[in-house]
Ligand binder design. Structure first.
Ligand SMILES: Cc1ncc(COP(=O)(O)O)c(C=O)c1O
Length: 486
């Protein structure tokens, strides 16, 4: 197999060239039945690729032609035995990974700082999560990975768990010692399922943390769209055969996937895989060069600090992806959200996310030196302005404590519920999720007991203007708890 091939794109382009008279959906028929302004902007070429699973174009739900070949090429490029394409992001790939592995009542080891899709799958599967404490970085106010010691202790206590979930790397680019975690889990016969939403590029450069497949993990849900050059919403699920039955994974993936799969997204996965396989190393070297130069300059600005290798002091924080530029702004007396807003309003710069203490900028091979200069000089100006205004002051970083889970997430989600004012919820069992998105890590989830610490943390995020979401009440003045006696 040649990574230079793009079987799906070639098939689509050939089909468009043949220009068959189209009596199938989508009804916009190459854009002719569409709003003209949108059609003019997007362009007829893109709209002509908006096709559907007619026989010549293969079917993601039962691939036998170009989609099958494109997935096989992807498996080879990612070092997997099988790769399944997702047109519903990594969220669906994560759900397929969990729902194909655990059955109702099965125990699953999960770091508490997981994305909401992991917890959604746990609710749907009626699995029994054993939450593990990720290592906390009290300097930056973020959670890293799981230590080998923490997982070893959990496995010794629960040798009957059905799977271990690992985030590799985190949103902030920190990886745990994945090879050791995999070896440890496998010694108990436990498969390792990796949330690799932020790590599609890792397997293509030796200066980045190991990819899930390189470390021997059993499955990895990987956002190609985030950092691998495909279109938003396109991801892959990589599978290693052995402890996992790939055919069952494919069935579950199909159960969760729309029957109207976007061929634009599928084709973008085909070409992103080609680009990563053929030129990934040189692209990543370029992105690393940009990110490392920017880090050096930002670290020289008084009041700003980049998360760097100095945080790598354990098996939970074992390797760093420097293209994730996490900048701590707390010493300016500002929140990350303040800086995000100032960058937007005064400099026309949009960052990936902010939190109470940091901003996160994603650097890729789509960036230029000029882009990096704009960011660095904006940050220098902001630092100078606010240093003068507030003077430099140390801020104590607060992190939410891990809440106690006293009811299964599914039972709490389906229980009779009651809506109560936020402060009246202390001691009650949550029936919905509350999270800041991004990054989408729940502060509270169904089944957990509400504490004053969790409420303080929610209110601090709301005060800072951060996007707290989840509850039916968008202002989070009320939350849904399980009715007493349920
Ligand atoms: C750690 C993590 N996992 C999973 C996801 C979900 O990925 P997607 O947006 O591709 O569905 C995200 C999204 O931000 C994430 O940050």
């Amino acid at each position: 197999m040649n990574q230079n091939e793009t079987p799906l794109l070639d098939t689509l382009l050939h089909h468009v060239e043949r220009a068959p008279v189209q009596f199938h959906i989508p009804g916009h028929k190459h854009g002719r039945g569409m709003d003209q302004r949108f059609r003019d902007f997007v362009g007829d070429k893109a709209l002509s690729l908006d096709l559907i699973n007619i026989a010549p174009l293969d079917d993601l739900h039962h691939p036998t032609g170009p989609i099958k070949r494109a997935q096989e090429l992807a498996a080879l490029a990612f070092g997997a035995d099988y790769t399944y394409f997702s047109v519903q992001g990594t969220s669906t790939a994560i759900m397929a990974m969990i729902l194909s592995t655990v059955r109702p009542g099965d125990k699953i080891l999960v770091p508490r700082n997981v994305h909401k899709s992991v917890l959604t799958a746990i609710i749907l599967a009626d699995a029994n999560p054993i939450f593990l404490h990720p290592e906390l970085d009290t300097n930056f106010g973020i959670a890293h990975g799981l230590s080998v010691e923490c997982v070893a202790e959990a496995l010794a206590l629960h040798p009957d768990v059905r799977a271990l979930v690992v985030i590799n790397p985190t949103y902030f680019g920190i990886s745990a010692d994945l090879t050791r975690l995999v070896d440890l889990a496998h010694s108990y016969g436990v498969p390792v399922l990796v949330d690799e939403a932020h790590g599609v590029h890792t397997g293509f450069h030796s200066e980045l943390p190991l990819s899930a497949m390189q470390a021997g993990a059993d499955m990895a849900a990987t956002s190609v769209h985030k950092l691998g050059g495909s279109m938003t919403g396109s991801s892959v699920l990589n599978v290693r055969e052995g402890m996992i039955d790939p055919r069952h994974v494919q069935v579950v993936m199909s159960m969760l996937t729309t029957t109207s799969t976007s061929y634009l997204l599928l084709a973008s996965l085909d070409v992103a895989r080609k680009e990563l396989a053929e030129h990934g190393h040189e692209h990543i070297s370029y992105a690393l060069g940009l990110a490392l130069a920017a880090r050096e300059k930002i670290n020289q600005i008084p009041g700003l600090t980049c998360l760097d290798e100095t945080c790598l002091d354990s098996s939970a924080a074992f390797a760093l992806d420097p293209t994730k530029l996490t900048v701590s702004v707390k010493d300016l007396g500002l929140t990350g959200y303040d800086v995000e807003r100032i960058l937007r309003e005064n400099y026309n710069i949009e960052v990936e996310l902010s939190d109470l203490y940091n901003i996160l900028c994603i650097v890729s091979w789509g960036d230029t030196e000029a882009d990096m200069d704009v960011l660095v000089s904006a940050l220098a100006e902001i630092a100078e302005a606010y240093r003068d205004r507030h003077g430099r002051r140390e801020v104590t970083v607060k992190l939410p404590a891990m809440p106690e889970l006293t009811m299964s997430p599914r039972s709490a989600f389906y229980a009779k519920t009651q809506v109560v004012p936020l402060h009246a919820a202390i001691g009650r069992i949550m029936a919905e999720m509350v999270m800041v998105y991004p990054p989408g890590i729940p502060i509270l989830m169904p089944g957990e007991v509400v504490t004053q610490v969790s409420i303080d943390y929610i209110e601090e995020n709301l005060r800072a203007g951060l996007p707290v979401q989840g509850p039916d009440d968008p202002e989070i003045r009320y939350i849904k708890v399980v009715q007493d006696g349920c």
